[in-house]
Write a protein that binds this ligand. Structure first.
Ligand code: ATP
Length: 199
């Protein structure tokens, strides 16, 4: 799976439709302070289903819509599209190429599309589940998060490593199973008490 291109249209500082092609060998994006490098990363997070405005350095989700500049009126809609080469079917889809689009209007209406077809947010989330990508993953680490990782307690850092290694999911399953086991043992003890009272 490979990131082929990203289109931003009305997203944050990208008032004008802008397409970035990720050619083989491209390893970074550089630019002066405030030129929109972080906005590009946030666009990737957003199109993959990010639901927290705070994670996108905003107070409310509408903050991702271009809100005007000295020479330009605010826009009413933000659109981001990401195109992925999925010929190895790394993502659970039959499509060899996937274009995922998210739109948000100022009135709060939003749309998600996969290859031009309207889908639910859940379809986007499911697509990225177990892929190491997606909004909850550590494939994208923001500037603030780097500091949080360095300054975090060892136990928190261990949590991050466990999530990245895919262990966290099994730990959670184990905890659920242990709780069920304890509840079953309690029930069994109660049944044994009743049996001994009756005999
Ligand atoms: P640095 O190198 O300092 O981290 P950067 O290149 O990552 O900067 P960004 O943080 O991506 O830059 O871009 C910040 C710019 O985006 C600011 O000028 C800010 O005003 C602008 N911006 C953010 N949200 C919007 C919006 N909704 N509408 C218009 N401009 C916006």
């Amino acid at each position: 799976m490979q990131l082929l291109s990203l289109t931003l249209d009305g997203f944050k500082s990208f008032a004008q439709k802008t397409t970035i092609k990720f050619e083989p060998g491209m390893t970074g994006i550089i630019g002066p302070n405030g030129s929109g490098k972080s906005n590009i990363i946030e666009a990737i997070r957003w199109v993959m289903g990010e639901q927290s405005a705070r994670h996108l350095r905003g107070d409310k989700m509408a903050d991702v819509i271009f809100n005007g500049a000295a020479d330009r009126q605010p826009l009413n809609r933000a659109l981001v599209s990401i195109t992925l080469d999925n010929s190895d079917h790394y993502l659970a889809s039959d499509f060899r190429e996937l274009t995922i689009t998210r739109k948000l209007y100022r009135n709060g209406d939003s749309e998600y599309l996969i290859n031009g077809r309207k889908v639910r947010l859940k379809d986007i989330t499911d697509l990225f589940i177990d892929s190491g990508l997606g909004r909850e993953s550590f494939s994208i680490i923001s500037q603030g998060r780097v500091a949080a990782v360095f300054n975090g307690k060892p136990v928190d850092r261990r949590g991050i490593i466990e999530t990245v290694a895919g262990v966290a999911k099994y730990k959670q399953n184990k905890e659920t199973a242990e709780k069920r086991l304890t509840a079953t043992m309690d029930n069994l003890n109660r049944v044994n008490d009743i049996i001994s009272e009756l005999s």
